[in-house]
Design a protein around this ligand. Structure first.
Ligand SMILES: COC(=O)COc1cccc(COC(=O)c2cn[nH]c2)c1
Length: 251
């Protein structure tokens, strides 16, 4: 997958070069290109922001540098697409408090895309006309990490690129580990333990030492349901309450 990120702080994205995603880039599974928006601001002060029409505090990101930066990305994607004819418009993700919520389901969906372009907003946001213009060249998707406000899209992009990148075939050593994790089956993850079996007076649940894989699977499922009911009941809409076991262990 080809991932392009446009930001006024390209160095913010440096951690994406590390560890798992770094190895995915070395292995050719992920091609991450970060672009400095200021390289597309051609006035003397390389201005990327200005005061908002209609008044109000803060600054708004100017449209022209964004259009030039995104056109530059499109030209590079077109070169790639020439090799593999792209069916649809490339996807442009704009991290925004006003976006659709990013979920594991959306991560799986986006992991199927041949390319993803991320536009990191700052200040009070990007001139809305950029998104209007971009809709003629991209599938534009404002996406929110959650109901809070960050200073810019870079942190949100790091989270999304990690969540999406780890789903790409070959990135995670053991694909099995992608199956049994929180939200993979719509529920929260069960608790995990490792040696020693008794630690500072806290013991590992007996069932996990039993070697009885059927019992262990049932205990884990029941822990997922109890934990989800306790912490995220809205995820259980439509679940079958009869699945709740009798184990009294709190989660
Ligand atoms: C059209 O979209 C824009 O203009 C986006 O502009 C901004 C402005 C400030 C900060 C951000 C970063 O996103 C979040 O704060 C965010 C994402 N998820 N939850 C919070 C983006």
């Amino acid at each position: 997958m080809r991932v392009d990120v446009v930001s006024i702080f390209p160095e913010y994205l440096a951690p994406l070069r590390l560890s798992l995603l770094g190895r995915a880039q070395e292995g050719g599974l992920l091609d991450l290109e970060v672009h400095d928006l200021r390289d597309f601001a051609f006035d003397r002060h390389r201005t990327v922001d200005d005061t908002p029409y209609g008044g109000g505090a803060g600054m708004v990101m100017k449209a022209e540098p964004w259009a030039l930066a995104l056109e530059s990305v499109l030209a590079e994607l077109a070169e790639l697409a020439a090799q593999t004819p792209a069916a649809d418009l490339p996807t442009l993700i704009v991290p925004s408090p006003a976006g659709e919520v990013f979920t594991q389901r959306l991560a799986y969906e986006l992991a199927e895309e041949p390319s993803l372009t991320f536009a990191c907003g700052r200040y009070e946001g990007i001139d809305e006309r950029v998104l209007e213009w971009a809709r003629g060249h991209f599938r534009v998707r404002p996406v929110s990490l959650g109901d809070y406000v960050l200073n810019g899209g870079e942190v949100a992009v790091m989270a999304m690129v990690e969540a999406i990148g780890r789903l790409l075939p070959g990135v995670v050593g053991n694909p099995e580990s992608l199956v049994e994790e929180s939200h993979a089956d719509g529920l929260l993850e069960y608790p995990v333990y490792t040696k020693p079996s008794s630690w500072r007076g806290h013991d590992v649940p007996e069932v996990l030492l039993s070697g009885n894989h059927g019992l262990i699977a049932r205990w884990r499922r029941e822990q997922q349901l109890r934990r989800t009911a306790a912490r995220r009941p809205e995820l259980l809409e439509g679940a079958d309450p009869s699945e709740f076991g009798r184990e009294e262990r709190a989660v």
